[in-house]
Design a protein. Structure first.
Length: 175
């Protein structure tokens, strides 16, 4: 039953477009236009990455996922297809794994085996996910170069990537 509710919520939230008040702005987490919560997380090689170091250059796309989440892996597969062209235009893409200490050992081989072209970070205690209200997953956030949240989306269905691309295109047109 909770899966049905999550799916219905994801469909409702998908109806809210970027830069609008939409359902996500009222769900209790950060609203669009608010500053993105700062964080520091390790990458696959154990190096610390701070969100602040990624801002200012262009939009930052965050996607929260886990190795056991089928829709997450589908979304990452789609992201893998189109994100290199956006990275060439200044977008930074970050896949934040919410795998726990028990399953985090699967993240590195999966990410490297699939040759993900984006930064993969580890949030094993889901602290950052909680700060972004990224539960359930997959959960996508786009942050503008000034550090404000401009897009949030819960869930993934084929075609959701088109709204992400539209949002990134709009941000890349800004001076």
């Amino acid at each position: 039953m909770s899966r049905l509710i999550s799916c219905m919520l994801a469909m409702l939230l998908a109806a809210s477009g970027p830069f609008s008040g939409g359902a996500l702005a009222a769900e209790g987490g950060q609203t669009r236009g608010q500053r993105a919560p700062q964080f520091t997380l390790p990458d696959l090689d154990g190096r610390s990455v701070e969100l602040s170091s990624l801002l200012g250059k262009g939009p930052v796309l965050l996607t929260f996922w886990a190795t056991w989440c089928k829709p997450c892996l589908e979304e990452l597969g789609e992201l893998q297809k189109y994100i290199p062209s956006y990275q060439a235009r200044g977008v930074t893409a970050v896949a934040i794994s919410t795998d726990s200490e028990k399953s985090v050992a699967k993240v590195k081989p999966l990410a490297r085996g699939k040759k993900y072209p984006f930064l993969v970070l580890l949030d094993t205690n889901s602290e950052v996910a909680r700060r972004y209200y990224a539960n359930p997953i997959p959960f996508t956030v786009i942050i503008d170069k000034a550090g404000s949240i401009v897009y949030k989306h819960l869930g993934y269905e084929k075609g959701d990537e088109l709204e992400v691309q539209r949002t990134l295109d709009l941000l890349l047109q800004r001076p």
